[in-house]
Ligand binder design. Structure first.
Ligand code: AMP
Length: 214
């Protein structure tokens, strides 16, 4: 499959943010706004755990401790939904890639298929606000104070370097996520529309080295 045959106008957006930054909420709203698919690696993992699948049983302990699960599992789990979403107009990817290694691995496979990420959105929220929000929502076994703090540490160590990775490729949008939901969504939409206008060819040149990232 070449880029030209793989939905050249597909919008491929990536949300980066610490746990509690509002990635899931915003990713869903942005997907609705652009009529594309929301894909959340954490949601897919939690569904596998709830259903007791092989993947679910393999990752349960790691997810509950706030550790990252092995790259190969995530890549296998996401391949089909990402390809399907790309063919259907695009996606907002939430929770993947989580490390520079995942971004590079995804680039090697997704880049060749023309489904690499086009624009990354960083939702910036201060740590005390992250902890407040996560305790308020207490979604599951990975939302206790200790696990929350550990997940933020994992984010700082393993995910934050992704910001520089995308910044260097001029693919990063910065958003202050410590505001009401609607204001944050508005700010993301405005910046995305501007970026898509400035770089209408980005989707078509996604296999070029400076564009084909995931
Ligand atoms: P999230 O809902 O995105 O915060 O993800 C919940 C948990 O799923 C994380 O704490 C990790 O244990 C796991 N997880 C989600 N996405 C990834 C990923 N891309 N790589 C490794 N682990 C992940």
């Amino acid at each position: 499959m070449t880029m030209q045959s793989a939905a050249p106008r597909a919008k491929r957006i990536l949300m980066i943010g610490a746990p509690g930054a509002g990635k899931g909420t915003q990713a869903q709203l942005i997907a609705q706004q652009f009529g594309i698919t929301h894909i959340a690696s954490g949601d897919l993992l939690r569904r596998n755990i709830a259903e007791g699948t092989t993947i679910g049983r393999t990752v349960e302990q790691l997810v509950n401790k706030g550790e990252l699960v092995p790259d190969a599992i995530i890549m296998d789990m996401l391949r089909k939904p990402v390809l399907a979403a790309n063919a259907a107009g695009g996606y907002v990817l939430d929770g993947f890639p989580r490390t520079v290694e995942q971004a590079e691995a995804a680039y090697r496979t997704a880049g060749n298929l023309g489904v690499g990420v086009q624009i990354a959105v960083h939702l910036d929220v201060p740590e005390d606000e992250l902890i407040r929000r996560m305790l308020a929502r207490a979604r599951g076994a990975d939302d206790t104070v200790d696990v929350i703090k550990h997940r933020i540490k994992v984010y700082e160590e393993k995910t934050r370097p992704l910001l520089e990775y995308y910044q260097q490729r001029e693919l990063l949008i910065q958003v202050n996520g410590a505001r009401p939901v609607g204001e944050v969504t508005w700010s993301i939409v405005v910046q995305l529309q501007r970026a898509f206008k400035q770089r209408p060819a980005a989707a078509r040149t996604a296999t070029a080295p400076d564009r084909a990232v995931a």
